[in-house]
Design a protein. Structure first.
Length: 368
C-alpha cells in the first residue's frame, strides 16, 4: 500500500454517460515517481448514470520502503541523541556530522523541530531514573527528605534562570551566525582542552591530599571530608554555586560546546565533585529542554505548519529511541566517573573537532 499525497490539481473535468456506455464502475490510477505528473481516473455509478472524474495533478508517492528508510534514519538519530546528550561530547557536533551523511527526507521546519523535541525522550530518561530523588511528594521520604527535595528543585530553578534569559534573547541570532562547522569544531576542541587541563589540576590536588595523609607536610585545599571538592553531593549545592553553574550553562548556546559539558566544567571549577556536577547537569536539563521543546513546537505551529503522517512516525520513533539509549548512557556515565575522570572525553572531543574541521575544510576546497 502506498501513501498518496495530492499536492495540487491542474485540471478537473466531469462527464456523464449512460449505464450502457460503461457497464460497471472502474477505478484505476497510473502512479509515477515522486513529484511527477500523473493521471488518476475513476468512474462510479450514481443512480442510473455513471459519473467519471479525471484528475491531472502533481503527486508525491511515498512507498512502504521509503517510510522504512526514514524510520531507520530516525532510529539512528535517536541513538546519537541518547548517547551525546548526556556525555560531555556535544550532541550538536555529532548531529552536524550525521546530517552530512544521513539526511531526513522532511521539511527544514520539521527538521528544526525534530532536533529539539527528540530531546524530550532524553529528559524522560532522567525523570524515570531519578524519580524518587526528584519527587517531593514521595511517601517514603521523611519531612526532612521532602524539604531537601524542594530545596534541590529551588537550586535547579535558580540555575536555569541565566540560560532561559540568554536563550530567549539570543537563540535565533546565535543560530544564524554561529551554527557552522568551524564554530562547532572550535568549541569541541577548546572545551576538550579545558577538560584535560582541569582534570590534570584535579589529579595534582588529589596527589597533594595523599601526600598530606602520608605526612609529607603538603597543605592542599580540601573539604572537611578530606576531598578536594567542596560540594560532595548534589544536595550540598548552594545558591551561589547554582547561579555560577547556570552562567556556565549559558555557554552551551554556542554550537559544539555541549550543555552537559559546560555545566560539568562549571560545577567542577566551583568545587563540585564529578558526581554532583553530573547529576546537577541532568536536573538542569529538565526545565531547560522541556521549555525549549515547547518554544520550538509553538514556533512550528505558529507558522501554520502541520506534521504529515510520515513526520509523526519519524518523531515518535526518534523520541522513543532517545529515551531508551539515554537510560543506558546515564547509567554508564555515572558508573564511569566513579572510577575515572573526564580526560578521555576531552581527548574524544578534540578528535571529533579535528575530524569536523578536516572534513568540511576538504569539502570547501572542492576535494569532496
Amino acid at each position: 500500500m502506498n501513501f498518496l499525497k495530492v499536492d495540487r490539481y491542474k485540471a478537473r473535468l466531469r462527464w456523464q454517460h449512460s449505464v450502457a456506455d460503461i457497464t460497471r464502475p472502474m477505478r484505476f490510477a497510473f502512479e509515477s515517481f515522486p513529484n511527477v505528473l500523473v493521471l488518476v481516473v475513476w468512474v462510479e455509478q450514481v443512480d442510473d448514470r455513471v459519473v467519471g472524474t479525471i484528475l491531472l495533478g502533481r503527486y508525491n508517492v511515498i512507498g512502504e520502503q521509503a517510510m522504512i528508510i526514514e524510520v531507520l534514519k530516525s532510529l539512528f538519530l535517536g541513538f546519537v541523541e541518547g548517547v551525546t546528550e548526556w556525555l560531555p561530547i556535544s550532541s550538536t557536533g555529532h548531529m552536524i556530522l550525521v546530517d552530512e551523511f544521513l539526511k531526513l527526507n522532511v521539511s527544514e521546519q520539521f527538521l528544526a523541530l525534530f532536533l529539539v523535541v527528540i530531546q524530550i525522550g532524553a529528559i524522560l530518561a532522567v525523570i524515570i531514573l531519578y524519580f524518587h530523588k526528584l519527587n517531593p511528594f514521595s511517601r517514603t521520604k521523611t519531612p526532612e527528605g521532602r524539604r531537601a527535595t524542594w530545596r534541590l528543585w529551588g537550586m535547579v530553578v535558580i540555575g536555569c534562570i541565566p540560560a532561559a534569559i540568554v536563550g530567549l534573547l539570543l537563540d535565533d541570532w546565535v543560530h544564524d551566525h554561529f551554527y557552522n562547522a568551524v564554530v562547532v569544531a572550535s568549541a569541541l576542541i577548546i572545551y576538550g582542552i579545558v577538560f584535560i587541563v582541569m582534570e590534570r589540576r584535579n589529579r595534582r590536588l588529589e596527589d597533594q591530599v595523599v601526600a598530606a595523609v602520608d605526612g609529607r607536610h603538603v597543605r592542599p585545599t580540601i573539604s572537611p571530608s578530606g576531598s578536594i571538592f567542596r560540594v560532595e553531593t548534589v544536595d550540598d549545592i548552594d545558591i551561589p554555586t547554582a547561579i555560577k553553574i547556570g552562567l556556565f550553562q549559558c555557554l552551551a548556546i554556542i554550537p559544539g560546546t555541549s550543555r552537559s559539558g559546560s555545566t560539568i566544567i562549571g560545577g567542577m571549577l566551583f568545587g563540585c565533585s564529578r558526581t554532583a556536577a553530573a547529576e546537577f547537569t541532568f536536573f538542569l536539563a529538565i526545565p531547560i529542554m522541556f521549555g525549549w521543546g515547547l518554544v520550538k513546537t509553538l514556533k512550528f505551529l505558529a507558522g501554520g505548519l502541520a506534521m504529515t503522517q510520515k513526520e509523526i512516525v519519524v518523531l515518535v520513533v526518534g523520541v522513543l529511541t532517545a529515551f531508551i539509549v539515554s537510560i543506558i548512557s546515564i547509567k554508564f556515565l555515572m558508573g564511569y566517573i566513579k572510577r575515572n575522570d573526564f580526560t578521555a572525553f576531552g581527548w574524544y572531543r578534540i578528535v571529533v573537532g579535528v575530524v569536523v574541521l578536516g572534513y568540511f575544510g576538504v569539502k570547501a576546497i572542492g576535494l569532496l
